[in-house]
Design a protein around this ligand. Structure first.
Ligand SMILES: Nc1ncnc2c1ncn2[C@@H]1O[C@H](COP(=O)(O)OP(=O)(O)OP(=O)(O)O)[C@@H](O)[C@H]1O
Ligand SMILES: [Mg+2]
Length: 256
């Protein structure tokens, strides 16, 4: 198995006149938590959506486990999306379904599991995200924001993806709840032996969860490196980005 699980090679993407990604290259290394950092509208979500074929590049290639996916037919992408699970920016639970049904849905749709096996798997993945079985009959409307994120995450991991894509997993959560989600991201990546790509503009979250940070600015990754290297980086845009949020970030003693 290659060390690189997902690779974007020379990817460009424009919407109308607006060039969002300009000849982008990025590799996701097996087992890591890679954070994609950048300002609002910089193209973080668009980058993430290339990784499971939700968006196709105008030019360039996207490899998942060595397979080029940008030319695959929609039905072939179903298998890619089982392998590369995504937690969407807005969570998107089905409001009229219970927690149990929300998590079971993907299993009913995509597997031949029996009802008993589905019930077992739902209980198991709810456990992985630290939710008690008594949430199963509840509707999403009765859950807190943090619990909804956990249910969305349980639904995503139910199909045992090899890669987890998170789009703004802590947005809209209070700092304490956000930190429990950050811990969960790191914990799940280890316990499930997955690879994770986390899109965020929250620097505290990025520094906490990342093995590596890729910083997106004007359609390109202008920095890729460890959190320590990010803090010491001379890249002007990254320095400005980190500096602007400095008061919210956990401080390290003077950069070495
Ligand atoms: N389907 C689309 N059609 C047209 N424009 C789009 C589409 N998807 C994204 N864009 C544009 O591409 C740019 C990058 O969008 P993207 O959603 O990737 O930003 P982002 O970095 O995720 O921002 P945010 O932090 O606000 O979520 C934006 O200008 C957005 O309006
Ligand atoms: Mg986004």
């Amino acid at each position: 198995m290659s060390d690189v699980v997902i690779e974007l090679r020379g990817v460009s993407k424009a919407f109308g006149e607006k060039v969002v990604l300009d000849d982008v290259g990025l590799s996701v290394v097996r087992g890591e938590v890679l954070v994609i950092l950048g300002g609002s509208g910089s193209g973080k979500s668009v980058t993430l959506r290339h990784m499971n074929g939700l968006t196709r590049p105008d030019t360039g290639e996207v490899f998942v486990d060595g397979v080029e996916i940008s030319h695959l037919a929609e039905e072939e992408l179903v298998d890619v999306r089982k392998k590369v699970g995504m937690l969407f920016q807005m969570g998107a639970l089905f409001d009229s379904m219970t927690v149990f049904e929300n998590v079971a849905f993907a299993l009913w749709e995509h597997t031949q599991m029996t009802d008993a096996e589905v019930a077992g798997r739902v209980a198991e993945v709810l456990g992985f995200v630290n939710l008690e079985p008594d949430v199963m009959p509840l509707l999403p409307s009765s859950l807190s924001g943090g619990m909804k994120k956990r249910v969305s995450l349980a639904r995503t991991i139910a199909l045992k993806p090899a890669v987890l894509l998170y789009d703004e997993p802590t947005t809209g959560l209070d700092p304490v709840t956000a930190m429990t989600i950050n811990r969960l991201i790191v914990d799940l990546n280890t316990r499930l032996a997955t690879t994770s790509v986390v899109v965020t503009h929250d620097i505290a979250s990025a520094l906490f969860v990342a093995d590596r940070i890729a910083f997106l600015e004007e359609g390109r990754f202008v920095f890729v490196g460890s959190p320590g290297e990010a803090r010491r980086s001379e890249v002007t845009a990254l320095r400005a980005f980190l500096g602007a949020q400095e008061s919210r970030a956990p401080q390290e003693t003077a950069a070495t």
